[in-house]
Write a protein that binds this ligand. Structure first.
Ligand code: CR1
Length: 844
């Protein structure tokens, strides 16, 4: 029929082979075109929010061309890919990051300026997606930035929650949660992939049957089928053409699902069922969530894992049969990292695919599975270790429950071989906890099904080996390694702190942005008074900007010359915001009793606290209340006027962190030793020229090693002392520090109000010296000591600045670039695959 396919192809190629130009005039044309045709708005009288949309679309076009090139290239090369599976990504705003990573910040700023818009204003129109709780989700996003920047073929997989982390508002001095529907204005950064959808089964039953050779096989059938719909977000690298992908899944009803109900003549039932399907990806669970909604959370996890593995599997299977590639080669092409146990159901799911679909024998399937998966543990807190009731998994995922039992059976045979008849060991290593109901321990499953397990800071890995998995360690000593966390200098320095970034670039050129080691030589400049002067000016700029922001958005005036002290993180008892508040109340007491002479020696301070409390976490919500009450009393007491301000900044998120962190002099990372796995805020603060008051916990320990003891204010019990201190306090309660006694007395007396429900007493009762689980009372005196040391040091401006310079320029190992290189070498065995960009925009 004479269809000239070749000619069509050639024409198509020609039509699509020009790259978008990036000169100012072209960017302007692209902006206006999006205003007219994407937004369908008139060309004049546009608000900044419409122009944000247009700018985002214009940038997105440029991301897409890099992204498709990168993906085509890595497919062609058949490179091994890393898949980072995370139920959370806290990406923050995208516009500033994208223009910065693409190197188009200046061009866009100019293009907009000429037509009467300010890039900064436009950037602040963006609503940030809060698809994560805290450190774990933010870490995942720092990793994606580094993976793209270092040209690793890597995809992030996650869930596109309709409602992200709730919006926190303070109403009458209390936290109130509001739904965070972040998609109100659409999301220009995602591409809906209608061509990428997978069915996901839930419930149903397992059918056992024989194949012609007499082998027993299993098929999971019946139940409900939900569709997973892919949404892709391009992740640009800095200073590279490579652009990776973050694929998030959204649930929607399947056609099949509908029909079943229609056939039964139940129209309304069918519509209701549709709604249920969509609810799977509707809301992000706050950690510390209570029992309620647990089943939906398990559904989320499986839904996410099933869609992701089908996608990975399909991509890999394109290679099977090509050359000598067989299923056995999957680990040569696929590395899957489990971000905590949240996606650990992927282990039995891959087994199911290999056994039931590929029909591989168990041993072969198991070998492949173990070579594909690696597991990162992020916490040793028992309440945060996931367990699922066996009846729940049996109902929702009957085939997986069978597979988990089989994995466990075979594993326990190994244990039996190694430690014959050691029932205690058997029961602690078993995947199944013999409780009522029986529970599936996801961390044991993750350890058994992975080739490598890592902790996120040295002390955390040590505790993980000795407390959480000591028997597994004896069995597989090589399996457990440490990879200390890191954060991306792109977002946390270059974008968040232009004042400091320009000093760095002026000193060593722009190369530090993806090679933080280049800042090391600047340390010697700590001795140069002129340089110190410039450094202080940058910090002052950031403090001034924060002071203005606080005034604009909260109507609070603070003095930018005061010491800015910050504790910004999720509210949790182990993080000990209470210790901070008690310290503030103590300071308040000191101020009100000080003579004019004494007042002159006091360091003026602004205390900033921010963070969300999980909706069901009473103690955390009480704490928020107390902070707000203290702030109200202190800020309106004339005695404090130039000496103390306390601010609780509501709705802490990535964008707020970007404003706060660069403006800090001191930040507090004061968890009970042994309880904070790593912390990543600590790294961001020091990189931005702030110093730390902290315990010997998490990454604080390694930060201190890197920057020098003299540059950190440490205090408190050490991790290896905590257990003994707790044991002792029960029968031999220590005497309470008189300063603590006074501070507690002030709170109990109602100086900060007396909530009807006894909220403050509840907080204080929990630090009674006989049952001071978090060692708040115990550590109080040394905490005040550390704060006093910081105050004293702050008074010597020159020395203080020298400390900040030395510390900030010693932080290279806390760049996520170093972290990811370690993962790549020790866990994933993947190589960078830089795509050489076309020489000219007009040729491909
Ligand atoms: C830890 O509490 C760590 C991050 C990232 C958190 C924090 O100390 O910095 O992970 N853990 O590794 C967590 O969210 C579910 O566990």
């Amino acid at each position: 029929m004479g269809v000239d396919h070749l000619a069509h192809k050639e024409l198509l190629w020609k039509l699509s082979s020009t790259y978008l130009p990036n000169d100012v005039a072209s960017l302007q044309r692209s902006l206006v075109r999006h205003v007219e045709y994407t937004l369908a708005r008139r060309r004049y009288k546009l608000d900044t929010s419409s122009f944000y949309q247009a700018t985002a679309h214009s940038v997105r076009d440029r991301l897409i061309e890099r992204w498709t090139d990168t993906q085509q290239y890595s497919a062609k090369k058949g490179a091994k890919k890393v898949y980072y599976l995370s139920l959370e990504f806290l990406i923050g705003r995208s516009l500033g990051n994208a223009v910065s990573n693409l190197g188009l910040r200046g061009a866009y700023a100019e293009a907009l300026r000429q037509i009467g818009y300010d890039l900064e204003d436009i950037m602040s129109e963006e609503k940030e997606p809060a698809l994560g709780n805290g450190g774990l989700g933010r870490l995942a996003s720092c990793f994606l930035d580094t993976l793209a920047t270092q040209n690793y073929p890597a995809w992030g997989y996650g869930i596109r929650y309709k409602y992200g982390m709730f919006e926190q508002r303070i109403v009458n001095g209390k936290q109130v949660e509001f739904p965070d529907y972040w998609l109100t204005d659409g999301n220009p950064w995602e591409v809906e992939r209608l061509d990428v959808q997978y069915p996901v089964r839930l419930f149903g039953h397992v059918r056992e049957f024989q194949d012609p050779d007499g082998n027993t096989l299993y098929a999971w059938e019946g139940g409900e089928v939900v569709m997973a719909q892919a949404y892709d977000t391009p992740i640009p690298g800095y200073g590279t053409y490579n652009t990776n992908n973050m694929r998030l899944w959204s649930s929607k009803p399947s056609h099949e699902f509908n029909l079943a109900s229609f056939n039964a003549g139940n129209y309304y039932g069918a519509v209701e069922a549709k709604e249920r399907c969509e609810s799977i990806t509707s809301v992000l669970y706050p950690n510390d969530a209570t029992e309620e909604g647990k089943r939906l959370r398990l559904k989320q996890q499986y839904f996410f894992v099933s869609a992701t593995l089908q996608d990975i599997y399909r991509r890999f299977k394109k290679n099977v049969g090509r050359g000598s590639t067989t299923m056995k080669n999957m680990p040569d092409k696929v590395a899957i990292q489990l971000n905590d146990t949240h996606p650990a159901i992927a282990i039995p799911e891959l087994m199911r695919l290999l056994l039931d679909i590929e029909r591989l024998p168990w041993d072969e399937a198991w070998e492949i599975t173990r070579k594909v998966f690696a597991y990162t543990n992020h916490t040793i807190l028992p309440e945060a270790l996931e367990k699922w009731p066996v009846p729940m998994i049996t109902e929702l995922l009957p085939r997986h429950m069978q597979i988990i039992y089989e994995i466990n059976h075979r594993f326990l045979l190994e244990v039996q071989k190694m430690w014959p008849n050691d029932t205690a060991r058997m029961s602690s290593m078993s995947i199944i906890e013999e409780s009522s109901p029986k529970m599936v321990r996801m961390s044991n499953l993750a350890v058994i099904g992975s080739h490598t397990v890592n902790g996120v800071a040295m002390i955390h890995t040590k505790l993980l080996k000795s407390l959480l998995f000591p028997d597994f360690l004896l069995m597989w000593p090589e399996k457990f390694i440490n990879v200390t966390n890191g954060v991306t200098p792109r977002r946390w320095l270059l974008q968040a702190n232009p004042a400091l970034a320009s000093i760095y670039t002026g000193m060593v050129g722009p190369g530090w942005v993806n090679d933080l080691k280049r800042l090391e030589p600047i340390k010697t400049m700590a001795q140069d008074p002129q340089f110190r002067q410039r450094w202080r000016a940058a910090k002052q700029t950031n403090k001034q900007a924060l002071a203005e922001w606080l005034y604009r958005s909260m109507n609070i005036r603070v003095d930018p010359n005061a010491l800015f002290d910050m504790q910004i993180k999720r509210i949790h008892e182990y993080k000990r915001q209470l210790l901070n508040v008690l310290g503030i109340v103590h300071r308040y007491a000191e101020i009100t009793q000080a003579t004019p002479e004494q007042r002159k020696t006091m360091v003026p301070r602004v205390h900033i606290i921010a963070g969300k409390a999980a909706p069901g976490y009473v103690m955390a919500k009480n704490l928020v209340m107390l902070v707000c009450a203290v702030s109200e009393v202190v800020n309106s007491d004339a005695a404090c006027r130039d000496l103390l301000k306390v601010v609780f900044v509501p709705n802490f998120n990535v964008s707020l962190a970007e404003i706060l962190i660069p403006a800090s002099d001191i930040s507090q990372h004061i968890s009970t030793a042994g309880m904070e796995a790593s912390g990543t805020g600590n790294m961001k603060f020091v990189m931005n020229g702030g110093l730390i008051v902290g315990t010997m916990d998490g990454a604080n320990i390694e930060i201190e090693q890197a920057i020098g003891e003299h540059n950190m204010f440490t205090f408190g019990a050490k991790a290896d002392q905590v257990a003994a201190i707790r044991r002792k306090m029960a029968h031999d309660p220590p005497k309470i520090d008189p300063r603590l006694h006074r501070a507690m007395g002030m709170i109990r007396a109602g100086i900060f109000g007396k909530p009807d429900d006894g909220a403050y007493n509840q907080l204080l009762d929990a630090i009674d010296p006989r049952k001071d689980v978090y060692l708040t009372a115990h550590d109080f005196p040394s905490y005040l000591g550390a704060i006093a040391e910081a105050d004293a040091a702050y008074q010597y401006e020159e020395k203080w600045t020298a400390k900040c310079i030395e510390a900030a320029c010693s932080m290279w190992m806390f760049s996520s670039d170093r972290t990811i290189r370690e993962y790549a070498a020790k866990i994933w065995n993947v190589e960078p695959l830089p795509f050489r960009p076309p020489r000219h925009h007009s040729e491909r």
